[in-house]
Design a protein around this ligand. Sequence first.
Ligand code: NOJ
Length: 556
Amino acid sequence: MNDWKKKGVVYEVYPQSFKDTNDDGIGDINGVIEKLDYIKNLGANIIWLTPIFKSPLVDNGYDIADYEAINPVYGTMADFDRLLQLSHEKGLKLVMDLVVNHNSDQSKWFQESKKDRDNKYSDYYIWQDPKDDGSAPSNLGSVFGGSAWEYVPERKQYYLHLFAKEQPDLNWRSKNMRQSIYKVMKFWLDKGVDGFRMDSISFISKQAEFKDVPLEDNKSYGSYYYGSSNGPKLHDYLQEMNREVMSKYDVITIGETPHTTASQAEKYIDPDRHELDMVFQFEHMHVDYGEYGRYSDVNFKLSDLRDSFARWQKDLSWNSNYLSNHDQPRMVSRFGNDTKYRKESAKMLAMITVLQKGTPFILQGDEIGMTNVSFDNINQFKDLESHNTYKFLMNKGVSSAKAFEMIQRKSRDNSRTPMQWNDKKNAGFSEGTPWIEVNENYSKVNVEDALADKKSIYHFYQKLLKLRNDSKIAIDGQFDLIAPNDSDVFAYTRTLNGKKLIVIGSFTDKKIKFDIPQGLLDNSYHEVLSNYDDLIEELSSTIYLRPYEGIVFSND
Ligand code: NOJ
């Protein structure tokens, strides 16, 4: 991987919730333009823009109706061109979301494909005949609930949708379909975009035949990833895509790869295989899963989070390091303490994530410690997954109050509420009515205050990102876990040519004693970063960590 990619720090912009400049309540491209300096000053150098293409917005833009058109709610192509140009002028790279496992049932491709079995687009989707009794071809379920098959009378066939029924899966076995995707990619790359985050890319190659799959735990449907995750021709497709498109440009590619092990992940990113630069893995996002998957009312154990991080650091040559994104609850609410120790824990979580080996990803708002939202009515949630899951939970006998609590805790909308710019109307996001309500804590948690306070989470991120990009150790150093069995502390070293960073983060609200392993720390070390004001002056192998304290020592 070349230098600019290794030095990449990615800031995720979820445009509809970032900044609204025309007061329709929906963030827009001009809003991103307005805040480019804010992103740059933070220390990020790559923007990942989630989908802004024409879309009916059933899944907030991950259902694309026209890959080469901008959704008018976000602006125009001229606005986009200006965003790209200004980003480049400021030294920021711009990465788009490429959603090509599926698109929208409103796309021309699908509208044509569903008409009959013999037209230019008829094989662009995964069509299957019904079973003899007319029912769906298999018992596969979709990510958002219910069957993964939908019947279309015109064709007398079902089409596959791993996500919502409005998101039909594309048929990668069709050469013409693949060529249409490559054309879309070139359209954006020729404009100058700097790469793609590739949505659900581990699902693009499906099994050749669809049969009923074993049902787990009395579930009504078979798991959507059965036979679809890391399928038979996946790597052939990625290599073809690389050959025909990516290899011709200097761009960064990040595959979203649910249900992928580290050894499978290495195949995607091994430079000799010419596929992708990095992948998003999900193992550490599963540490608080339970009976109802992600929505389960389960607390994570530090040991699980630490083991998972450490395993991937060891097994994968380059990671994408994140604790939240637009599909996850806010990291400070999930892994830290979003009340008394919000600032301390948000900083510590950033520290232990950003300093691992790999590319750091920051979700908009995490740099000011935005928290989960506290709605009191299910209708305040907008995400289709939250609504489907709420109904599903109640069908399973969970009380409505408990189901609501579970949604509240894990809903994707926690990360999608408007960016909190100041303590004015709608947190300075919009003068209109925001498409989703602003988190009520905006008078305390907002950018204006964070910029004014030298001790804010924002300013901590600035120092942290500078440390990460100025230090060869932070970029290339080997990762080794220390104190692997400590019940409250996640600590590790990064080592390059005998020089080290020692990174220590406490995950408890108690003051605790922590013994740095014998012989690791000597007088050549100094403290280079702390989330508390006063640095430790006397270095000793026994230190006392305050609630959620995070410290970095170095001998460099
Ligand atoms: C992953 C995206 O991040 C998520 O928001 C979306 O719902 C699914 N893929 C389907 O595109």
